[in-house]
Design a protein around this ligand. Structure first.
Ligand SMILES: *[C@@H]1O[C@H](CO)[C@@H](O)[C@H](O)[C@H]1NC(C)=O
Ligand SMILES: *[C@@H]1O[C@H](CO)[C@@H](O)[C@H](O)[C@H]1NC(C)=O
Ligand SMILES: *[C@@H]1O[C@H](CO)[C@@H](O)[C@H](O)[C@H]1NC(C)=O
Ligand SMILES: *[C@@H]1O[C@H](CO)[C@@H](O)[C@H](O)[C@H]1NC(C)=O
Ligand SMILES: *[C@@H]1O[C@H](CO)[C@@H](O)[C@H](O)[C@H]1NC(C)=O
Ligand SMILES: *[C@@H]1O[C@H](CO)[C@@H](O)[C@H](O)[C@H]1NC(C)=O
Length: 399
């Protein structure tokens, strides 16, 4: 020990200082590096879109000179979310002035905000800024509510008995798990498994569910509902579709003549076309006489029945002239641009009185003849005359 010279004595603290400076990060000044700890306690966080996300980060101990930042992602994919020197519109420190609490709020969270966030302590050196310490990362899931479901039906209407597909779509939700229920007039009906596909943004999904419904005449008043259940929803979302939009009920067409054939010559006959039970209400009625369109006839607008179907009566008056004997009157109904539905009636002119009753009995409407009061009157009159004549003969014989 005694052999140590004066210059050596002076060199020792210098060497220690040099070692100390080498151990310390360059440019760290007088700070003590040991004991610095960064705590990023949240492992996983989920937040609903539109709400505020809080990311916690605190430090303890003394660290080197250099900023604390928040990064989203790691490696080449990283993106700076918070940095003391820059303002980010949706990001705010909870303790702006704190040197140890670097917790941030991100307000109005978007589905794209989903990812892993890192709280990072950087150190400044002559070589630039490098990562000094970082947290384990907080995995952020953004829960997003599905959009209000929409139900679409077939492109064209279908008739009763036909099976028709309906599709319910909703989108923009996260997480992926979703349930779609179908109801017809409030009662659940079974559907195929819904199809979930990636949505417009990276962390959202879209859903599509299809159901087949066999239409019925009574469905004019029915409603189909699609119900979307998702963990972000306090109550399911509903979309609806009135089945009347997909339904076509063709009319029944019947022509009734008043009075019924055969009719006396030159009488007026009213042909009424009963167009019943159709939906929707648009119909075009035309009258044809032996296949030729008539300009006559009146068709009032249809009326709605309590069941929701429509009906109407079209009337045409015809002068029962002799030359019209055997004429066929057709009521042609074109409903909802479909093939026409026809009703027909044939006009028959009764043979004139001078041709006698024998001719009448040849017509195909014997029942009508027998129900004619004129005929019965004739028979009674005939029997009365015969009785009177016999009575007269009897009285004469007695005398
Ligand atoms: C990071 O993870 C390791 C092991 O998974 C754990 O020991 C450590 O405490 C974590 N650090 C923080 C800051 O959460
Ligand atoms: C962040 O990205 C930049 C540029 O891509 C890269 O230079 C830097 O090393 C990355 N930082 C981290 C911590 O991954
Ligand atoms: C029916 O009317 C036509 C023309 O109006 C007339 O010529 C004819 O005599 C009429 N026939 C009878 C039976 O009244
Ligand atoms: C025929 O229709 C017209 C007009 O609606 C009416 O005045 C007439 O009484 C009807 N005739 C018969 C026989 O029903
Ligand atoms: C109805 O009448 C029209 C014209 O007379 C005809 O083209 C059509 O085929 C008829 N339809 C039926 C179902 O009889
Ligand atoms: C009308 O035609 C029917 C059969 O086609 C016939 O029996 C009847 O006598 C005819 N009436 C007249 C007035 O010619």
């Amino acid at each position: 020990m005694g052999s140590i010279t004066a210059p050596e004595m002076r060199a020792l603290p210098l060497a220690c200082l040099t070692l100390l400076l080498l151990h310390r990060s360059p440019g760290a000044g007088a700070q003590v590096v040991q004991g610095f700890k960064l705590h990023q306690p949240q492992d996983k966080v989920s937040v609903t879109a539109g709400e505020t996300l809080t990311l916690s980060c605190t430090t303890s101990g003394d660290g080197p000179i250099g900023p604390v930042k928040w990064l989203k992602g790691w490696g080449s994919e990283n993106e700076t979310i918070y940095d003391q020197t820059v303002t980010f519109p949706r990001v705010m420190r909870t303790e702006i002035r704190s040197g140890t609490d670097f917790t941030i709020h991100i307000r109005d969270v978007h589905p794209e905000d989903a990812g892993t966030y890192y709280c990072v302590k950087f150190q400044k050196s002559v070589h630039g800024v490098s990562v000094f310490q970082h947290g384990n990362g907080t995995e952020v899931s953004v829960y997003a509510k599905p959009s209000s479901p929409t139900v679409s039906g077939p492109e064209s209407r279908a008739g009763p008995g036909q099976s028709v597909p309906f599709t319910c779509t909703s989108g923009g939700f996260f997480p992926r798990e979703i349930a779609v229920k179908w109801l017809k007039d409030g009662a659940q009906i079974s559907a195929q498994q819904p199809q979930v596909t990636p949505g417009q943004t990276k962390s959202s999904y879209d859903v599509s569910s299809t159901v087949s419904v066999t239409l019925q005449e009574g469905d004019v008043r029915s409603q189909l509902e699609c119900e979307v259940h998702h963990r972000t929803l306090p109550a399911p979302l509903r979309g609806s579709f009135r089945l009347s939009r997909a339904l076509r009920v063709p009319p029944s067409v019947q022509v009734v003549a008043d009075p019924p054939s055969p009719v006396e010559v030159n009488k007026t006959v009213n042909f009424t076309c009963h167009v019943k039970g159709f939906y929707p209400g648009d119909v075009a009625v035309a009258w044809l006489e032996n296949g030729m369109e008539m300009s006559a006839g009146s068709t009032p607008p249809p009326t709605e029945t309590p069941r929701g179907l429509f009906e109407l009566r079209s009337l045409v008056e015809v002068q029962a002239t002799e030359e019209k004997n055997g004429s066929v009157f057709t009521c042609r109904v074109v409903h909802d641009a479909q093939d026409p539905v026809n009703g027909t009636s044939t006009l028959r002119i009764a043979a004139s009185a001078k041709d006698g009753l024998s001719d009448r009995s040849q017509t195909d409407n014997d029942v009508n003849i027998l129900s004619s009061p004129g005929l019965w009157l004739g028979i009674l009159l005939e029997k009365g005359l015969l009785g009177g004549f016999l009575f007269f003969l009897f009285q004469r014989g007695r005398a």
